[in-house]
Design a protein around this ligand. Structure first.
Ligand code: ADE
Length: 259
């Protein structure tokens, strides 16, 4: 897959994508990534790419033409038109599911806005979807584009090593991950759950699944509404809830006794 980023800060994006798993995947030829300087495509002799909004208002807007010409230059380097994503807090929020779907595309073009916004006409003409990374406003789309490049890039075939199985990660099956432990078995005053030393794979799997359910129930209970739960899972969650109720009843009666 190829990920192109159109931005006023290509060095910043390039620098981040040289590192770690994405950088290694690029060097190994498993992933292509390229950054495009929008300013290189302005016809203004002073290199300007922004102007004031019609109708008045605060701040400056990115002009349509440099973005369009940059987009055309990216398209000319590809056989097929890329899937164009405008990074914006107005877009749909990125999820693991969406990231996986995007990782199956041949070529993504992430367009980063800056200043107070972008001339709507160019967005209407070239953008396939708007994507947000969360309900907050950044100074530009670059950090958001890098989040998308990282999250989508690692899901591309061949990018993660075979033993890094993302189907067991948080958010993959609608549940958070179970807790994990590595050597030493005893650290400070803490050991590790006995079952993990048992070598009994079925029990370990069952334990992990229950911990994933419990983790999700404690930290992100709203995720359980959309998770694919079996009868046994529902029973386990009911028991957790009942256990918690008993604990809180005991706590409040202890408090009453103390009062
Ligand atoms: N640009 C500014 N804020 C953003 C956000 N939250 N997500 C995506 N792009 C953005």
């Amino acid at each position: 897959m190829r990920i192109s980023i159109m931005t006023l800060f290509p060095e910043m994006c390039e620098r981040v994508m040289e590192e770690s798993i994405i950088g290694r995947a690029r060097r190994a030829g498993k992933l292509q990534a390229d950054c495009w300087q929008i300013r290189d495509y302005t016809l203004d002799k002073f290199g300007r790419v922004d102007d004031t909004p019609y109708g008045g208002g605060m701040g400056m807007l990115l002009q349509a033409d440099p973005i369009y010409r940059c987009y055309e230059a990216v398209c000319q380097t590809a056989e097929k038109r890329p899937h164009v994503i405008f990074m914006s807090p107005q877009g749909k929020t990125l999820t693991q599911d969406r990231a996986f779907q995007l990782s199956r595309k041949e070529h993504l073009l992430l367009v980063c806005g800056h200043y107070e916004g972008v001339d709507q006409r160019v967005l209407d003409e070239i953008v396939d979807e708007e994507l947000s990374i969360g309900d907050y406003v950044l100074t530009g789309g670059e950090l958001a584009a890098l989040v998308v490049a990282d999250c989508v890039g690692r899901l591309c075939p061949g990018v993660l090593s075979d033993h890094t199985c993302f189907t067991e990660e948080s958010h993959w099956n609608g549940l958070l991950e179970y807790p994990q432990y590595t050597r030493p078995a005893q650290w400070h005053d803490q050991g590790i759950p006995e079952v993990l030393l048992s070598g009994h794979h079925k029990n370990i799997e069952a334990w992990r699944h229950q911990r994933a359910l419990e983790n999700t129930w404690r930290k992100r209970p709203e995720m359980l509404e959309h998770a694919n739960l079996s009868e046994a899972d529902l029973k386990f969650l009911k028991e957790l809830e009942q256990g918690e109720q008993i604990c809180s009843q005991e706590d409040s009666s202890n408090e009453e006794n103390l009062a």
